[in-house]
Write a protein that binds this ligand. Structure first.
Ligand code: PMP
Length: 461
């Protein structure tokens, strides 16, 4: 077999990719015909592709490379750990220092009494853990009927059967028999698309109170937990109105419903604090973590749980776990990642310097004729494309054409921005500099201009 390497011509790599590699969330035949862009290396916020283009990664990979690419310290941490103990499990009355150290460090960083960590290999796995953990919690407390988990339409909590059911992506539910029983969805707090004539504040309350209505309909004695991302990520960076989270928190407390904050994207500095729950001022019982925990250098996720949950779960045998729960190499890399984020003051710098600078520039995109609103929290933001700002109109019923065109124009201009319907998203590495932010905004503006011209030429506006 030929040696496959970055030195091969792009077309050959693309052909082999199309022949053998099935991509996630992709129409593989279409991609095969077009050819995937092959990324060969990366440094800081810059990707290099097989044709030698330098691309600004406005998405930090998949919202995860918080520290940026090319950090030798993480390579060294992995090497050291691989030499010392490349694998051991934590199932049968054994433990190892990387898992112990990482769990202890996460307990220090996490707010309140979230002092206990159950490790997983990914965010999906961690949310599967959460689903079983909250149900087991109530069963162990003598309330086995308290099993329903309430989530939101257009939430993303992962791709496994459990986490995909917790999520509210209808396109996912339509494949493979999701959702599983015992999951209930309420509407999302997306004022731009769904707020009608209401003020954002009234709309935030209305959407939060759907939780209370659902709890009353289902019966509080049947509801185990509510799960939500502090700021919805994959759904389009939907920043809820300020009234939303306080009301959700009140409802969970009053009805004795556990609150799971899915911090897979929001965690580890993305919103300008260690956790999105701190930015949104919520007190969850469980936080889901992954992605930025290791800056994506190795796969690792987990659930950070409160004292009261750990006590109840700890007094029974919890029949759950993954081969790679607390994988020593991933844990060592995560620990080193957390050390650097802390010692280099990266989370503080995001909050006090980079995010305010980015916010100012990002909001200026609303001067563009295509852009209705710009929403940004810390280093995650989105703009809504619209043919008519005043009425917050959509281009078409389900949207997505304008967003897709814009995403393609960004790619052509060597900027990675993602589109969700007709929202364009950024979530750059936290280490992005002011100059790189300027470049990101310039390329976004240029791409918006080109999108505008194409939409007009195609008669779409
Ligand atoms: N929760 C959220 C909020 C996410 O954004 C994601 C991934 N995008 C997940 C869970 C699933 O994580 P993973 O892909 O690591 O399974």
């Amino acid at each position: 077999m030929t040696q496959i390497s970055n030195h091969m011509p792009t077309a050959e790599l693309q052909a082999l990719d199309a022949a053998h590699h099935m991509h996630p969330f992709t129409h593989n035949a279409d991609l095969g015909a077009k050819g995937a862009r092959i990324i060969t290396r990366a440094d800081g916020v810059w990707l290099t592709d097989s044709d030698g283009n330098r691309i600004l990664d406005g998405m930090a990979g998949l919202w995860c490379v918080n520290l940026g690419y090319g950090r030798q310290e993480l390579v060294d941490a992995a090497t050291r750990q691989m030499q010392e103990l490349p694998f051991y499990n934590t199932f049968f009355q054994t433990s190892h220092t990387p898992a112990i150290a990482l769990a202890a460090r996460l307990a220090e960083l996490a707010p309140g009494d979230l002092n206990h960590v159950f490790f997983a290999g990914s965010g999906s796995e961690a949310n599967d853990t959460n689903l079983r953990m909250v149900r087991t919690y109530w069963a162990e407390k003598g309330q086995p009927e308290k099993q329903v988990v309430i989530s939101r339409w257009n939430a993303y909590h992962g791709s496994s059967v459990g986490s995909g059911s917790l999520g509210g992506m209808k396109g996912m539910h339509s494949q493979g028999g999701l959702p599983i029983p015992g999951i209930h969805h309420i509407d999302q707090p997306d004022w731009w698309s769904e707020g009608g004539d209401m003020t954002p504040e009234d709309f935030g309350l209305e959407r939060a109170r759907q939780l209370e209505t659902a709890i009353k309909e289902l019966g509080a004695d049947k509801v185990a937990a509510f799960i939500a991302e502090p700021v919805q990520g994959a759904g389009g960076v939907i920043v809820p109105p300020a009234t939303y989270w306080p009301e959700i928190q009140r409802i969970c407390r009053e009805h004795d419903i556990l609150l799971i904050a899915d911090e897979v994207i929001c965690g580890f500095g993305r919103t300008g604090n260690w956790f999105g729950s701190q930015t949104m001022e919520i007190t969850p019982d469980i936080m889901t973590i992954a992605k930025g925990l290791s800056s994506g250098y190795l796969p690792i996720g987990g659930s950070i749980v409160s004292d009261r949950i750990a006590e109840v779960i700890g007094n029974a045998e919890f029949n759950h776990g993954y081969t790679y729960s607390g994988h020593p190499v991933a844990a060592a890399v995560a620990l080193e990642n957390l050390r650097i984020l802390d010692e280099e003051g990266i989370v503080t710098r995001v909050r006090e310097e980079t995010a305010p600078y980015l916010a100012e520039k990002f909001r200026s995109l609303t001067d563009h004729p295509l852009v209705g609103e710009a929403k940004i929290v810390g280093m995650m933001g989105s703009i809504a494309l619209t043919p008519d700002k005043a009425s917050r109109a959509a281009f078409e019923a389900d949207g997505g054409t304008a967003g897709y065109i814009c995403r393609e124009r960004c790619f052509a201009n060597n900027l990675v921005m993602r589109h969700v319907g007709d929202r364009m998203i950024i979530s750059p590495p936290l280490v992005i500099s002011r100059e790189e932010i300027d470049t990101l905004i310039e390329r976004a503006w240029q791409s918006l201009d080109e999108t505008h011209a194409k939409l007009q030429a195609d008669g779409l506006m």
